[in-house]
Write a protein that binds this ligand. Sequence first.
Ligand code: SF4
Length: 334
Amino acid sequence: MNLKKIRVSLGSAIVLGLTKGMIGAEPTTAYLLTYRRGRCLANCAFCPQARSSSGRTDMLSRVTWPIFNLNDVIKGIERAADEGRVKRVCIQALNYSGVQDDIVHISASIRSASDVPISASCQPLKYEEMIKLREAGVERVSISLDAATEGIFTRIKGELANGPYKWQTHLDALKTAVEVFGKMRVTTHLIVGLGEEEEDITYMMQRCVDMGVFPALFAFTPIPGTRMANHPRPPVAYYRRVQIAHYLITRGIRRFEDMKFKNRRIFDFDISANGLRSIILSGEPFLTSGCPDCNRPYYNEDPRGPIYNYPRKPTAEEILEIEKQIGLRKNGES
Ligand code: SF4
């Protein structure tokens, strides 16, 4: 990697004062992406950075990531953190040899200017490498399972995708990360809509929480040039049910075992109708999930909708729409 340069998500770059532009919702986390010539060594079927993708290398999910000078980015972070506009920095790392040294360098550079919390989202690292990250000021680490089952993982980012990853190695690395960073200071990304059933992803969310790992939900987004460019987005009603299950499990209100499934779809959250309604009316389940203060505006969706993850509290009008999506309110009813 060229350590003088780094990619910054367009929305973050605007908040850091690196470029000008209009944004519908400000990111509360500044998202950085390691810069290197060439592609990631991994080969995840959904990712434009993948080794065999012909997608744009300035894209991750549906967001563009222009290149900036690292020093300018550090100054922008210092200023935006002081003003309270940025509450966390997330260093997203491609898979390449020596990436952990680059994360250490970026993290230490940020730390020399600001005490803003830092997350690093990276491949499974060894225990000693994670210790180095922690010593360089990384507060949380995320190792992305992406898939809810081993079969999907193997097809999408493992052996059957000609990728380097193994399900068990990812799970072991998450356990090691919990040892190094502490319970619930480790995140994993789970992408909804890769072909799993509701029961699979609900089970996996519970398994993560039981391991001390916080699952962050993403909605699958087809990106041109990737092998999954023609794969459909998940139905919104499906995503909403998974978000409610996520809310209940991550807050310890209900467990996977309490919920009932029919044809592998959730039909009973084990919550009274009134209880469920007040949870929905709070809007909380539909906020972006992940590390604290990570709101990833429009990472998965077009700002015109449908919005899978809300980057700020949904409005009363949006809650009405969510109720319709879940089937609790009919179209035309207000
Ligand atoms: S949940 Fe957000 S801040 Fe945490 S690693 Fe993922 S993208 Fe980064």
